[in-house]
Design a binder for this molecule. Structure first.
Ligand code: SF4
Ligand code: SF4
Length: 441
């Protein structure tokens, strides 16, 4: 298939990055990249979906991956997978000899291996400069479920479902292939319900995920729902507000430098120095402003606040505030900075996922979450904005009957966008600026 044809198909079929920010996949694919990486790093503790999807659908995923290589003209495809995902690695090795251009790169179990800056460097040795994308070094990165969605699109099936791991304080942790728009509370109920009295719900991993309401719904980027008690330290950290974070910084940051020593972007050669940001904030904003500009390249991995700081401070949360303020004021990250090729003691600064899981107090939840079929879902609220770019526009009306896979909202004519599809059969019962509700009762 021609690249332009594949791109049009992916836009129509609603394929976006299945996780992270949901970057539309058609806009990522380019004939300028010589390497495409299939990302199965999956480094957030408790998440299991990508390794399981790869094991289950290895033929389909490798087929679609090869189609991407053919359409883009890339010389090689590399599947980057943690070496201890033994079942996924075995599945890959049983099929990979059918593809000349595809090889496997086995990764260590470290966090955050899935950050594209870190992944591209580990897999290809190429350094992406601060503020640039993998395309700047001739690489495209897609994750496992995204490529599975490409396979489905090639076979006439748009994106209607999402793999979601449901873990933590639930009776039966599981990974489900959920219709997009299903309520989080419904998935938790299917996993046997909450096992704590005052639960909180995290969408995504414990490091980068956000607290959400159980009434919220699954989108094309929801990787996991993790239920924890409201008194769990992961939850309490995420609930602390900026004022409290700042006050604690001013009183107890001892400038030990550990947050910078272990900062994943600093180790990747970026000018991110959380200890300097904390120093400037402790001094009421006075001091070296270059550290504030450098903080724009923070990936939000959360190591500084959840792992490194001996005082339990939250550099990441404060840097998030700074980045939000900068965006509001139209301040752009500095350009033209080069990433350092090698940083001191790089190899000794890798954080093992197992150790991180222990430190977060999540070890007891790190159990199997097998892929499990779920019963028919009767009601979904499908969000109109599930990807980076412009929201999709509804093309159905209240009272319309729709079938799974029908287009219910179309990509905006200008800007990044994709179509959105019905994830169940039913009747459209509500349309707002944010979502389309479909019921089948
Ligand atoms: S690790 Fe904590 S105490 Fe040490 S410099 Fe960073 S924020 Fe301050
Ligand atoms: S969240 Fe903290 S550790 Fe991660 S990149 Fe940002 S400053 Fe560095």
């Amino acid at each position: 298939m021609e690249l332009s044809e594949l791109k049009a198909l992916l836009r129509e079929s609603g394929v976006v990055g299945a996780g992270g920010a949901g970057f539309p996949t058609y806009a990522k694919l380019t004939d300028k990249a010589d390497t495409v990486i299939l990302n199965c790093a999956e480094c957030e503790p408790l998440l299991k979906l990508h390794r399981q999807a790869l094991e289950l659908h290895v033929s389909e995923i490798l087929h679609a991956f090869n189609e991407i290589l053919t359409a883009t003209g890339a010389n090689r495809g590399i599947v980057a997978v943690k070496k201890h995902y033994k079942a996924a690695v075995a599945a890959l090795e049983s099929e990979i000899s059918d593809y000349d251009k595809i090889s496997v790169c086995k990764l260590e179990s470290v966090y955050p291996a899935g950050d594209e800056v870190i992944l591209v460097k580990r897999v290809t040795g190429r350094s992406i400069n601060p503020g640039e994308l993998p395309g700047s070094v001739g690489v495209t990165v897609c994750n496992v479920e995204t490529v599975y969605n490409v396979y489905k699109a090639l076979n006439g099936m748009p994106v209607t479902h999402k793999y979601v791991t449901v873990a933590g304080e639930v009776k039966n942790p599981m990974t489900v292939y959920a219709p997009i728009g299903v309520k989080i509370a419904d998935l938790v109920r299917l996993a046997g319900g909450e096992t704590v009295e005052k639960p909180e719900y995290l969408s995504g991993g414990p490091m980068m995920g956000k607290l959400v309401s159980p009434a919220d719904s699954v989108t094309k980027t929801t990787n996991a729902i993790i239920v924890l008690s409201e008194t769990h330290s992961v939850v309490m950290n995420k609930k602390r507000n900026a004022k409290i974070n700042l006050r604690r910084t001013m009183s107890v940051c001892c400038q030990c430098h550990t947050c910078t020593d272990l900062c994943s972007r600093h180790v990747a050669g970026y000018p991110v120095e959380p200890h300097m940001v904390m120093r400037v904030l402790s001094n009421g904003g006075r001091g070296d402003s270059s550290s504030i500009m450098g903080a724009m390249f923070c990936s939000g991995c959360g190591l500084c606040e959840s792992y490194s700081c001996p005082q339990g401070l939250s550099p990441r949360a404060l840097i998030d505030e700074i980045k939000a303020q900068a965006r509001m004021n139209g301040v752009m990250p500095p350009r033209g900075i080069k990433a350092l090729e090698h940083t001191e003691h790089e190899d000794y600064r890798k954080i093992s996922v197992e150790r991180l899981t222990l430190r977060l107090g999540l070890k007891k939840y790190d159990v199997s979450a097998p892929i499990t079929d779920i019963p028919e879902i009767k009601s979904v609220k499908i969000k109109l904005s599930q990807h980076i770019g412009v929201s999709s526009k509804p093309c159905v009306h209240v009272g319309d009957t729709v079938k799974k896979g029908d287009v219910v909202a179309v990509a905006a004519e200008k800007g990044l966008g994709v179509n959105i599809h019905a994830s169940i059969n039913g009747t459209v019962t509500d349309i707002t600026q944010k979502y389309i509700k479909i019921e089948n009762i």
